[in-house]
Design a protein. Structure first.
Length: 194
């Protein structure tokens, strides 16, 4: 069994399968918990609506398509968002985006995964946040990136998956802080990581 790579900012990992071959379907999972609010009568839970998005770019760094809570499937059907989690409650992945790498339009060379707080709370109110890449056919975790560095920002550019010249794929952990409530707000910050 392959051991998951715990990634650090800027680290790049090949997505080739162990024993040869390339992955066909990957799932980017996002998980988080809301920090309990302390008040006069003890602590209480709060709801924080983080949103995962997948931004599809071509070789000229033009946005080709976007998958997010208002468009759950890419135009070519290769990228599928499993649905919007409004609270972060529960264990494991709170939101997932499944990418069928073999069905991606040939024009797509990079997929950038972002997370933003639609409700506007900043990352100081979020804990245990992570993104992970999973081989969707075997459910094997390939790489995990902890979204550390709680602060006043309310978004992060998490990671990107890039197509190589030979059709191979790599994942790069980005972990850049940003500000915005939707992926459109994050496009200027994303441009610096293409």
């Amino acid at each position: 069994m392959r051991v998951s790579v715990s990634m650090t900012k800027g680290q790049k990992v090949s997505l080739a399968k162990r024993g040869g071959g390339t992955l066909s379907r990957v799932r980017m999972g996002l998980g988080w918990d809301a920090v309990k609010k302390r008040g006069l009568f003890g602590s209480r839970s709060q709801s924080i609506d983080l949103d995962a998005s997948a931004l599809l770019f071509d070789a000229s760094n033009n946005l080709v398509d976007a998958v997010w809570f208002r468009q759950l499937t890419s135009k070519d059907g290769s990228v599928q968002h499993t649905g919007d989690n409004l609270t972060g409650d529960g264990d494991g992945d709170d939101e997932s985006i499944i990418v069928d790498l073999g069905r991606l339009a040939p024009v797509v060379t990079q997929i950038v995964f972002t997370v933003n707080s639609f409700t506007g709370q900043d990352f100081s109110q979020i804990e245990n946040a992570f993104c992970r890449l999973v081989d969707d056919s075997s459910n094997e975790e390939l790489a995990r990136y902890d979204l550390t560095g709680s602060g006043r920002h309310n978004a992060q550019i998490m990671a990107k998956v890039s197509r190589g010249a030979a059709g191979d794929w790599t994942m790069t952990a980005i972990g850049a802080i940003a500000s915005g409530r939707t992926f459109q707000d994050l496009l200027p910050a994303t441009a610096g990581h293409l």
